[in-house]
Design a binder for this molecule. Structure first.
Ligand SMILES: CC(C)(COP(=O)(O)OP(=O)(O)OC[C@H]1O[C@@H](n2cnc3c(N)ncnc32)[C@H](O)[C@@H]1OP(=O)(O)O)[C@@H](O)C(=O)NCCC(=O)NCCS
Length: 192
């Protein structure tokens, strides 16, 4: 598992599926803003069946998924709650590059967890996996994600105009990147 100041990133277990279903499957507006494909209804049973099927396969090192647990109590979030998911995805072992992604349940947003998760994903990508470059893509209207990525050192590299269809019409996709040489590793181990 990976430990940040306020979050813990660990493998997904079956009990997480119902919590993450709220994020990934049952919210069409959020889906439209975070996933490239269209939202179509699917059941929790579908996600549980997919989880069970994936257990038969070895974990994919090119698309690494984590469950995020809170290490702090704040607002409606208790210490140990499953609060979201995070990933280092699209790893290209030849170019030594990958992408970071994350999503939190509504009650866990705005508490600083997202910024910490980005830092932990960078530590995984650069230190554990030896990657040279990480990318992050998000909407121009996603102020919290832009701020979280920029706080971790990502810089804006491009803007794809009117490239993303949302509930609110077309939005721009902002491309951010961080190179290993620009990254500031965490100082010392996080407090227990
Ligand atoms: C995007 C997301 C992961 C960010 O995580 P978070 O925990 O809510 O963000 P944080 O609390 O760490 O806030 C990040 C920073 O953005 C700032 N911020 C929040 N909303 C903002 C806004 N609308 N505009 C500008 N800055 C904003 C915060 O003040 C904070 O700044 P600070 O670090 O100086 O205090 C989270 O809100 C989320 O899961 N949203 C829904 C899913 C999603 O959009 N995922 C990303 C897909 S690319």
């Amino acid at each position: 598992m990976l430990i940040g100041e306020s979050v813990l990133l660990r493998p997904r277990v079956r009990d997480d599926v119902a919590v993450l279903y709220r994020l990934a499957a049952s919210d069409p507006v959020l889906h439209q803003r975070t996933a490239i494909g269209p939202w179509v209804p699917r059941s929790l049973e579908h996600d549980l069946a997919r989880y069970d099927a994936e257990l038969a396969e070895p974990p994919d090192p090119l698309n690494v998924k984590f469950t995020v647990e809170a290490r702090v109590a704040a607002g409606r979030v208790a210490h140990g709650d499953v609060v979201g998911e995070a990933s280092v995805w699209g790893v290209n072992p030849h170019q030594r590059s990958g992408h970071v992604g994350l999503s939190l349940v509504a009650e866990a947003r705005g508490l600083g967890l997202g910024t910490d998760i980005v830092r932990v994903l960078c530590d995984y990508g650069f230190r554990v996996r030896g990657l040279h470059r990480l990318s992050c893509e998000t909407l121009a209207s996603n102020g919290a994600m832009l701020h979280a990525a920029e706080s971790a050192g990502f810089v804006r590299e491009g803007q794809l105009r009117a490239s993303w269809w949302t509930d609110d019409g077309w939005d721009d996709d902002i491309l951010l990147g961080l190179l290993r040489d620009e990254w500031s590793p965490p100082v010392g181990p996080p407090s227990p």
